[in-house]
Design a protein around this ligand. Structure first.
Ligand code: MGD
Ligand code: MGD
Ligand code: SF4
Ligand code: MO
Length: 711
């Protein structure tokens, strides 16, 4: 028996887990690591299923190539030769933009994909670059980019010291926190209450987080920006504004907020004006308060304005960069400092003219780019740990578009709804067959921590960084057999140069281990990988510390509270005040502790219990529409139609229905047997690919107009 200490790479909480492995390399137990400096023993059902994932017989262990419509196992050399043979003619004839990339959520949780993905993308040089960010948090990058100068400079609620937390559109008790890395959010939220503090939740659904909170307000979907503007309006009206010395644009914000009085926004938001006023004043009165918004505020029509206003309220109440307010983490890895402030819209998408953000185009328009003839048409696609056939809006249309591609490659661990369309699938190792460092998420952690996971188990599969380097070689026109070792040393040399660290200090290491060693050495704590190797439970680098103004990279060196790129969208919001709610139903999402987006439904421990893929309907709506609990309903939108069992519950507010995403595992040609037996229905069949948050190009996944009827 051996015990491995690993950082769980499944969600943003980065829990430390203790994995017991027997002499036959069987994972016999996974439990929370009580000595982990950050998570202190916390574990959820997904983390506990790491063994099941590792041993899943459906997990791919050899590359697959499609021959005459059927996948056959091939050697790695054959797979790369096939990619070279078929990708090259496409770029030769149609140019670099003819190859699109879609990179999905697990990329962020995988050091190899984070650190080496960029090498491949650079070699490809395509403007058709798509990620799950435009079905997720792009509005927050967008607003942070303009407020603070860098889209990765995102303030995080100082959960362990705050006395008042206002949560909008997040359910951390189930999601375990997002853009807020905080293992055991339940314990940390309870901590606020134990300190005598208060938690207020705005959510159209009475979620577990709402149940724990001291106050829950069932806001109408898509109206958070109105609500937040009313808070701003009250703060100015009551002279409760105290933004500190590092802020520009306060007066512009005051003027912009004028029309959004509590009385003006009450009908649309469904929250009483008096309540809005009280919530604003309690925030202002609290000694240490934080406003936190997540999916419900980003994947909606006014995602950018709502994301911006979250930080406007934090700033105006003096809580930006204050202990117990929202703060900027200082992660252990070296991070490049932007030399010029963030801007978006450097190019636009070919078909619909959507502006680029962070070098990305909205994934909601990927089908347009594949379907629409003409110069610049997308003819090939590379997916990297993504399942857009389930996770992006109007997925039936995207699925049709995938069939039209000349060539498709997927780096993935399953043959699923998306990868079945690929011509070549390149599998990666399981989380227990690779080393790990959470390159991305420690930059969003509520404490500064660092933790290295040595690779627990050997594997015959190539590490994904090596796969990406071979893909980069092909993309760069160097053929399928690039010298991976030499290429890796070149990449590490470039990192050494940028971090100002001598490459030879990381001698004897390769891949992410060498990169992480270099970036630790170049980082603010002067750590090295050996320090982390000697600390299997991680190193606690302390509570967050104030970082203004040093963290800012705006041209002025100040927080730009009223940037044009954001405020020019305010008239669109202003127009909402004149519209009366039309009485139609709005569809919102829902997460479950045992799901992880679309891809962990093949693990028996995570699909036990009843069918979770239901449409939740309020009793009043159910009786009005003739829907019965357990009966079947059709859900129809502009984009499509689906049928799903009904769950009647007062947990959703009247006028709102809720369905989880990531289901619909009944497609032909997949190899996920457990998931197929618990198929559920894909909610993104009705998500409308034409509804976007305008500035950021993020899809509206919450607040989709639908009709629901009995079947
Ligand atoms: N309606 C609706 N739609 C949503 C959402 C919603 O709330 N409502 N949420 C959105 C959000 S927040 C997100 S992040 C997206 C997620 O969207 P995606 O990232 O497109 O989807 P996932 O379900 O995360 O799929 C992950 C894929 O990665 C593969 N994978 C897992 N581990 C590895 C690995 O180690 N290596 C490789 N190469 N592949 C791996 C899995 O097999 C799977 O194919 O969905 C979005 N879609
Ligand atoms: N168990 C589990 N954990 C996960 C995931 C998972 O699939 N399952 N996915 C991971 C990923 S990729 C992400 S991005 C995070 C997401 O983390 P969260 O954002 O915390 O998760 P959600 O459950 O999407 O929470 C969004 C909440 O917004 C509410 N909502 C919907 N519309 C509105 C609105 O207009 N206004 C307001 N105020 N609220 C609204 C919904 O009812 C929901 O409760 O979770 C991560 N963790
Ligand atoms: S909360 Fe997230 S990081 Fe922690 S065990 Fe669960 S999936 Fe893993
Ligand atoms: Mo996400």
């Amino acid at each position: 028996m051996t015990t491995a200490h690993v950082t769980c790479p499944l969600c943003e909480a980065t829990c430390g887990l203790e994995v017991t492995i027997d002499e036959k390399s069987l994972v016999t137990r996974v439990q929370g690591d009580r000595e982990d400096v950050f998570s202190k023993g916390y574990i959820c059902p997904k983390g506990a299923s790491l063994g099941a994932l590792h041993h899943d017989p459906d997990r791919l262990t050899a590359p697959l190539v499609k021959r005459d419509g059927k996948f056959v196992e091939v050697t790695w050399d054959e797979a790369f030769a096939e990619i070279d043979r078929r990708l090259r003619p496409i770029t030769d004839e149609y140019g670099k933009n003819a190859v699109a990339v879609y990179s999905g959520n697990p990329t962020v949780h995988n050091a190899a994909l984070v650190l080496y993905g960029r090498v491949f993308f650079k070699a490809l040089g395509t403007k058709n670059f798509y990620t799950a960010t435009t079905v997720d948090q792009m509005p927050k990058h967008f607003s942070s980019g303009y407020l603070f100068g860098d889209p990765q400079t995102i303030p995080v609620a100082d959960l362990d010291r705050t006395g008042h937390l206002l949560i909008l559109g997040a359910n951390p008790l189930v999601s375990n926190g997002s853009l807020m890395t905080a293992a055991d959010t339940r314990g940390r939220l309870r901590g606020i209450q134990k300190r005598g503090g208060k938690i207020v939740v705005l959510d159209p659904r009475r979620t577990r987080t709402a149940q724990l909170a001291d106050e829950h307000h069932a806001i109408r979907p898509g109206t958070d920006a109105l609500f937040l503007f009313a808070l701003v309006n009250v703060l100015f009206a009551e002279n409760r504004v105290d933004p500190g010395e590092h802020v520009n644009g306060v007066d512009e914000v005051r003027v912009l907020a004028e029309p959004f009085t509590p009385e003006a926004v009450a009908p649309a938001t469904g929250i009483d004006a008096a309540e809005i006023r009280r919530i604003a004043l309690e925030l202002a009165d609290a000694e240490r308060a934080a406003v936190y918004g997540r999916m419900g505020t980003t994947t909606q029509s006014f995602g950018t304005i709502a994301s911006w206003l979250v930080d406007v309220v934090n700033t105006l109440t003096g809580n930006l960069d204050r202990e117990g307010g929202v703060m900027f983490p200082l992660p252990a890895l070296w991070r490049p400092r932007r030399s010029s402030p963030f801007t978006s819209g450097r190019w636009t998408s070919r078909v619909r003219g959507y502006p680029e953000v962070l070098g990305e185009l909205p994934v909601a328009t990927l089908a347009d780019e594949i379907e629409t003839p003409g110069e610049g048409r997308v003819r090939a696609l590379v997916t990297i740990s993504g399942n857009p056939a389930l996770s992006t809006p109007n997925s039936a249309r995207l699925t049709e578009a995938l069939r039209q591609l000349d060539f498709m490659v997927s780096l993935d661990v399953y043959l699923n709804e998306t990868t079945r369309h690929a011509d070549v699938i390149l599998p990666g190792p399981s989380p227990l067959e690779r080393p790990h460092y959470d390159v991305a998420l420690y930059a969003l952690a509520v404490r500064n921590v660092a933790n290295w996971t040595p690779q627990p188990l050997e594997t015959d599969l190539p590490q994904e960084w090596a796969t990406l380097l071979r893909m980069a070689g092909i993309a760069a026109g160097q053929g399928p057999d690039v010298d991976v070792v030499a290429f890796d040393t070149m990449v590490a040399g470039e990192t050494a140069r940028r971090t100002g660290v001598d490459l030879s200090l990381a001698e004897g290491r390769t891949g992410p281990a060498r990169m992480v060693d270099l970036m630790l050495r170049g980082g603010p704590y002067g750590l090295k990988l050996a320090d982390l190797e000697a600390a299997p439970h991680g190193i606690d680098l302390g509570a967050l510390k104030p970082r203004l103004p040093e963290v800012l990279t705006t041209a002025s060196g100040k927080v730009e509270l009223a940037p044009d790129a954001i405020t020019k969208d305010v008239p669109r919001l202003r127009a909402e005040l004149d519209k009366a709610p039309d009485g139609g139903l709005l569809l919102i999402g829902r997460r479950h502790l045992s799901s992880n987006n679309s891809w962990m439904h093949n693990l028996t421990p995570l699909v036990r219990g009843g069918n979770r893929c239901t449409v939740q309907v309020h009793p009043d709506d159910a009786s009005r529409l003739g829907l019965t609990d357990g009966g079947l309903a059709s859900v129809t939108s502009r984009a499509g139609k689906l049928e799903v069992p009904v769950e009647v519950t007062a947990d959703v507010r009247p006028g709102v229905v809720s369905m989880p995403h990531g289901w619909g595992h009944d497609a032909d040609g997949t190899r996920t047997r457990v998931a197929a037996a618990h198929a559920g229905v894909n909610s993104n069949l009705v998500a409308d690919e034409t509804l976007l948050d305008v500035p950021s190009g993020t899809a509206v996944l919450n607040g989709i107009p639908v009709e629901v009827a009995p079947v």
